[in-house]
Design a protein around this ligand. Structure first.
Ligand SMILES: Cc1cc2nc3c(=O)[nH]c(=O)nc-3n(C[C@H](O)[C@H](O)[C@H](O)COP(=O)(O)OP(=O)(O)OC[C@H]3O[C@@H](n4cnc5c(N)ncnc54)[C@H](O)[C@@H]3O)c2cc1C
Ligand code: SF4
Length: 526
């Protein structure tokens, strides 16, 4: 395993080891490019994985102090948990469910497609589907996504998905599939086929689900070109007199502070920590935060998807906990059809929450207990559930800022995560509630529960891509407009959210960015 000196300024430093950082590290390593991955959390082993929702949540989640703010209900009900993110080697790919949809063409061009939207800060991506398509295919192959690219059949339908699919069919819907999922349906690439254990979001005990924890990271390390340092929280990115970054300052497990020199820095700490790090890296040359001078967009345009849950009680037992957690998707409402009263679309994804999480999210906050919740949960066996995942329009007011006075355990200002739904989100959510009510009632449900948004599992925006430096933070390669050897390599570079779960796109962008970095190195530009 490689070990690099702190003074070695020829390495690339990658901050974070999740979908973006872990993939980038392996892609660079396979090209012979040396990197140091600094990961704030610990290294997990397969023995850490338990089939227990709360135990795993406590074990792997990012629980450092954060504040929820803005008009969403979570500002009251989840005041210190705006988002659901992992702290540890593998990042949130330890937790994720595996849904791996590609963006649709129009979702890269939301401004061109629908024009400006009042109150929103919508922008086209500087890239489109055609440019990303080859990288989607590489990502699908790497991750083992069921369907066309790998030739792996989609996963079997569980009862929960059978209920949704039959209801959707009765409502005239047609785009009903149990994939694409980054979960092996047959043994492939050294990982076993899914055994339908049903705790995908608690970490897949057998590794059937793709995670950088046991794919990209060990493969990168095996090349001898990549050193991963767990328990290493990056506090600040430093730069030289010319404004180019030259290393990062980080704290180890004992709180001891080190500086790792670097040829380039790639930030992949997810969409709250990445902008927070840039904001914390202010200097006399970058008084508003690193890479934030021209546009002032660092931390802004935070997107989480328009989300909600719907759970119907069926006449016969469903036992939704059996099988993969997200066993299928209905995409008929995912297209852009403004006649419905909103722009963009939404996916309907089966989501079999276990009893602990269902009870926490059913009536969130201090009122989330009592007879109402208890009698609903008594019908758990008969329940079928869906998660709504829709386009969330960028807004400047939805943003990450730094607390004026309060500091975390590393001495860094605590992040404040503000989120207020746009009227577009409200209209979309109400439309989706009605769609799901009709679907569940069509298969005999007499009771349907609407759940509000959960703490954000899909975190996007905050360092967005833009063609013009005044509109965003990075260019179409994820390279900071203002600092040529600083890259953003995670979901924070998203210009819009699309209606699709983000990870496949994060991985595709990381593969593409590694190619770009390699070319820049060969051309002597980095
Ligand atoms: C329960 C759940 C279910 C999900 N299901 C799906 C799904 O089905 N499909 C899908 O596409 N997506 C899903 N997601 C979302 C997906 O996991 C994320 O979109 C993806 O992992 C984000 O990648 P990232 O690289 O931006 O960040 P992450 O994967 O979160 O990685 C960030 C890493 O950076 C580290 N870090 C942060 N700051 C620092 C710092 N200053 N110094 C050092 N290290 C730092 C963190 O500890 C973390 O390990 C789900 C997420 C959750 C929580
Ligand atoms: S259902 Fe499949 S993917 Fe999910 S945890 Fe079990 S084996 Fe892993």
């Amino acid at each position: 395993m490689a070990k690099f000196d702190l003074n070695d300024d020829s390495v690339i430093v990658i901050v974070g080891s999740g979908a973006g950082g872990g993939t980038l590290a392996n892609e660079l390593a396979q090209k012979g490019i040396r990197s140091v991955v600094l990961e704030a959390g610990k290294r997990f082993t397969m023995d850490d994985i338990e089939n227990d929702e709360w135990a795993m949540f406590s074990k792997i989640s990012w629980l450092d102090k954060r504040y929820s703010a803005g008009g969403w209900h979570g500002a009251q009900n989840h005041p210190n948990l705006p988002a659901w993110i992992v702290k540890g080697v593998g990042g949130s790919t330890v937790h994720w469910a595996g849904v791996s949809l590609r963006f649709q063409e129009h979702e890269f061009k939301m401004k061109t497609t629908n024009g400006a939207v009042a109150g929103a800060n919508v922008l086209d991506w500087p890239i489109g589907l055609k440019e990303l398509l080859p990288y989607y295919k590489k990502a699908e192959d790497k991750m083992g996504v069921t369907g066309e690219t790998t030739g792996m059949p989609h996963l079997p339908w569980n009862n929960d998905f059978r209920v949704l699919a039959e209801g959707a069919r009765r409502m005239g819907m047609k785009e009903i599939v149990s994939g694409p999922m980054a979960i092996n349906s047959v043994d492939r690439d050294g990982r076993p086929a899914c055994q339908q254990i049903g705790f995908c979001m608690q970490g897949c005990k057998i590794g059937a689900k793709w995670s950088t924890m046991y794919t990209e990271i060990p493969r990168a390390e095996k090349t001898g070109k990549c050193e991963v340092r767990p328990n290493s929280m990056v506090l600040k990115i430093e730069h030289d007199k010319s404004g180019k970054v030259n290393g990062v300052v980080y704290a180890d497990l004992d709180g001891k502070v080190h500086k790792q020199k670097a040829r380039a820095v790639c930030v992949a700490g997810n969409s709250i920590e990445s902008p927070r790090l840039l904001l914390n890296s202010e200097s006399s040359m970058f008084p508003n935060g690193l890479a934030n001078g021209t546009s002032g967009q660092v931390g802004k345009n935070y997107m989480t998807h328009t989300t909600a849950g719907v759970y119907g009680v069926l006449p016969k037992p469903v036992n939704m906990h059996r099988g993969t957690t997200v066993a299928g998707i209905v995409s008929d409402e995912a297209h852009n059809n403004t006649k419905r009263g909103f722009t963009g679309g939404y996916q309907l994804e089966v989501l079999s929450l276990g009893l602990p999480f269902l009870s926490a999210f059913m009536v969130p906050g201090p009122t989330g207990w009592g007879r109402g919740v208890a009698s609903a949960l008594e019908k758990y066996k008969y329940m079928s559930g869906v998660w709504i995942c829709g386009e969330d329009l960028a807004q400047e007011q939805n943003r990450i800022t730094l607390h004026d006075t309060e500091k975390d355990q590393y001495g860094l200002p605590v992040p404040i995560v503000a989120k207020t739904p746009h009227i577009n989100d409200v209209n979309m959510t109400n439309h989706a509630y009605t769609t799901m009510k009709n679907i569940y009632e069509s298969v005999g449900s007499k009771e349907v529960y609407n759940l509000p948004a959960y703490p954000a599992s899909h975190n996007m925006g905050t360092n967005r891509m833009s063609a013009d430096a005044k509109d965003g933070v990075v260019n179409k390669w994820g390279q900071a407009h203002e600092v040529s050897n600083l890259f953003v390599s995670d979901g924070s570079q998203f210009t819009s959210s699309g209606s699709e779960n983000p990870t496949l796109t994060i991985v595709a962008l990381a593969i593409r960015q590694a190619e770009y970095i390699s070319k820049q190195l060969n051309a002597g530009k980095l």
